[in-house]
Structure formats: C-alpha cells, structure tokens
Ligand binder design. Sequence first.
Ligand code: UD1
Length: 372
Amino acid sequence: MMQAERPILKVINVVGARPNFMKVAPIVAAMRRRPAKFLPLVVHTGQHYDAAMSDSFFRDLELPQPDTHLGVGSGSHAAQTAAVMESFEPVVLSEKPDWVLVVGDVNSTIACALVCVKLGVKVAHVEAGLRSRDRSMPEEINRLLTDQIADLLFTPSHDADENLLAEGIPRERIRFVGNVMIDSLQQNLTAARAQHTRERLNLSGIDYALLTLHRPSNVDLRESFERILDALEAIAAKLPILFPVHPRTRKTISELGLNERVESIKDLRTVEPLGYLDFLNLSSDARLVLTDSGGIQEETTALGIPCVTLRENTERPITVEMGTNVVVGTDTTKIIAAANAALNGSAKKALRQPPLWDGQTSERILDALESF
Ligand code: UD1
C-alpha cells in the first residue's frame, strides 16, 4: 500500500524579545529550505520594540519580517503577558496552524503557549528543561509553566532532559536536539568577524572586557548594582570594559541616581545596545566577558572565551561543567578574583563542546516536527 503524503505543516514561530531572534532565525531558515514540508509564519509579539532591541536582529539574522506584529510593548508582567495572550489568540484562530513554536523563557513564550494549549493547538518549546531553581526569576516561572503545557519539548542538554523527567513530563514528549543558538553563532561567525565593530569603537589592537547587565536582581536593586560597580572599577583599572547598556538598565541607572557613579569609572565605556553581528564580533575577541545573560554564557562556551556570570545560579550548568563559565554572584571580591583569573591566564578553559552544539539543531527540530 502506498504511504499517504504528509501534508505541509503550517508553523507559527513566535518571537518577542531580543534573546528569541537568534533562536528562531535558523529554524525559520531551515523550514524555508523544506518548502514541501513546512509553511513557516513569524509572529512578533512586540515585547521588545526599540530598533536596537529588535529591528537590527531581523537584518543581521536575515529573519523574514513578521507576518503579524502584535505591538504589545512594555508593561507589568501581568499586563504584558495578558496583552500578548489577548492579541495572539485571534491570530491562532484565523491561521489555524498545525504547530506553534515558542523559544526560551520570556513572557511572550508562556503567553503564547498558554493561548495554544487552551485552543487545542500543538505547541513545541525550544530550549525546554533549563532550570535555575530560583523562583524569584520571572524566567524560571515562564520555563516551568511552558514545559508543563507544551506538547513537544526540545532540550539543549541532558541536564534539561533530567529536569523534565523529574517533573513528570512523559519521555516521549522530550527530544534532545542540542542548542539552536549555536546554529546562529556558527552561521554568522564569519560575517561577524568581518564587521568593523572594534575599529568603530576604537578597540582595535587592544585587550578589552565586554559587559552586559539587565537582570532585575542586579540592576533594579541599589545594593547589588553598587557591589557590581565596585568590582567593575577595580577590573577597569587593568582592562578597559565596554558596556552596551540594555534599556532596562539605562532606566534604572537613572532612577537609582547612579549616572555619576557609572560615568566616574575610568575605562568603563557605555554604549547603546549592539546588534547581533557587532556583539558577536566583540565577544569572539574579548579577553573576558562579564554578564548576567543566559545566552551569553552559552555563546562564550562555544567561542572558548572566559565568562564570569554575575548571578547566584545558572539554568545552564553545562556551560560551567564543560565550558568557560564561572558563576560568581554579585560579591565584589569574587567578581574581581574571577576577572583576575581570566587576565592572568588561569581562567578555566572549555573542556569540550557540549554534545549536539554543532550547528545542526534546527534540522533536528524540523525532523522531529515532521515525524511527531
Ligand atoms: C526580557 C526578558 C528576559 C530577557 C531580556 C533580554 C521577560 C520576563 N524578561 O527582559 O528574560 O533576558 O528580555 O533583553 O520576558 N525596554 C525598552 N525598549 C525595548 C524593550 C524594553 O526601552 O525594546 C525597556 C522598558 O522600559 C521596559 C523594560 O525595558 O519596561 C523591560 O523590558 P521587558 O521586556 O519587560 O523585560 P526585559 O528586562 O527586557
């Protein structure tokens, strides 16, 4: 008997905030390479909306312009999540997708997943199973809830599989596919290195550290922000630090009256948020990266660049076990010691690349969607 041809799968790919774009871009590109199997749509919730937080990523990553833009914008967690849900529901009802694909752990991720499960539309979650076990982080709540309701869970590492199994998620819903951010990194590294970012920022030929900070627990609280600034002052005395400032951080620096303190630190240079290629250009050549981001812990592991994570925990333990990451919290002395280790060459080296961080994750995601 002839096997019936599978129909084309219509997939809504959701993006909302900056860390979503580099996860969705390679998946949509892979779907476009399989036009007989996939019809990809892109929906942008508008959680991030500044040119530097959103538009530039579409350009750099060649992500097709959204088919639908929900224009939700900023707000309290409840208001933002509710606004995404309310405006996403009619899109799902009219498009009738076979799948909705959500990535990461931002408010748009849980909002869209929740809409789908209530409508009986299948949801796939990319980057499932990561856990910091810190429920004061909004992202941890978003991860836990999205994973409970998604139909198919794509994990980047085996620790994530174990977390999901321990939470009672059936094994047949879990697919270990590797890290899709590394698909983007590999596809764009040559283009990133060809950018003139360092020349533009007068950093050519000199050693520098790269810094990002945006977690509410670091930048919304004066005490932790000041402890970090004390450490940055000591580090900047040895190595210039470039600090692309997230809009949330820009706002709290001003609200906490820390503008002068930040400006007073010699060789701590603040700049506007950078695009994907510019950031990759800088991170791939930094002596040291200091960050509270999740994705940057992974990118530095892939690049072999020392990473000092200014958080008490990480949901990405594999970057510590196998990669270059050290998690030091916000204690001034510990941050300085970790930075010194990077400068005197005693920082830990990556042991090896985590399994399946090989640039082929989006292809494995598509294979799984086709056969589910
Ligand atoms: C969000 C994600 C976080 C992710 C981060 C990456 C949640 C709960 N948090 O945090 O997981 O690591 O994005 O950037 O989803 N703002 C602008 N322009 C923008 C976007 C935001 O000015 O384009 C300002 C607004 O003042 C806004 C604030 O930043 O109120 C916070 O934005 P929001 O999307 O709520 O959270 P992020 O801190 O960006």
